[in-house]
Design a protein around this ligand. Sequence first.
Ligand SMILES: Cc1ncc(COP(=O)(O)O)c(C=O)c1O
Length: 249
Amino acid sequence: MVQTDAEFNLDMVAIETAITDKTKAIIINSPNNPTGQIYSQESLNELGALLDKKGAELQTTIYLLADEPYRKIIFDNNVVGSVLQSTTNSIVLSSYSKDLSLPGERIGYLAVHPDITDKGALLDAMTLANRILGFVNAPALMQRVVAELQDASVDNSIYEKRCETFCKILADAGFDFIPPKGAFYIFPKSPIEDDVKFCAILQEEKILAVPGRGFGAPGYIRLAFCVDDSVIAGSADAFKRAMSKTKTL
Ligand SMILES: Cc1ncc(COP(=O)(O)O)c(C=O)c1O
């Protein structure tokens, strides 16, 4: 795993340093869970060029995999870049569980660049993996349903409004965070160093948060806003109470 920069953007130097002759692929996720960051087309182009350059240097192919279940959940007219435009050795993976609100259906797709290296072997491997992992086979009926829903999406304005409300609540309570550009998560700094301990304090206030260390980022917490508006609005005082508890530790 490679750390991002302070604003959760891709850090090309860190990525380049992490690549070795054993590197087969890099997986990125944009819009991002847990940060809500979106990688621009420029940064994806830079990453694609870097992988092509390193691949040539190391005489190997380094594939770029983009995990994009939140592609349609974006705020303020932000634009999600496309890895398929950044390198021929790119694959997009997606799921309908977020943009059609179908969690649990385990249905999505892979889109492989038409000119990808070793295309035949890759497609054979994907077919075999799908057969072996029988439990991730999407239900046949839903496969027909989603085929008709390619232009459909959940109503973004609902998430956008929740995001706005949530950001205001967190800012009022004194949290330090970067407002998300998409997906439905906020990744504030924990007000105390120990993110697990702070999640326990939040739990006393009936707020469920995930410690950042689970995402390789200790000192942060992940909050999700895929909950009812009333739950978000009702959390304001609890966040303030949790924050004031940290002052007396
Ligand atoms: C970044 C990312 N990728 C993939 C998934 C998996 O989605 P599902 O298994 O519901 O299709 C999730 C779900 O939380 C996610 O956040």
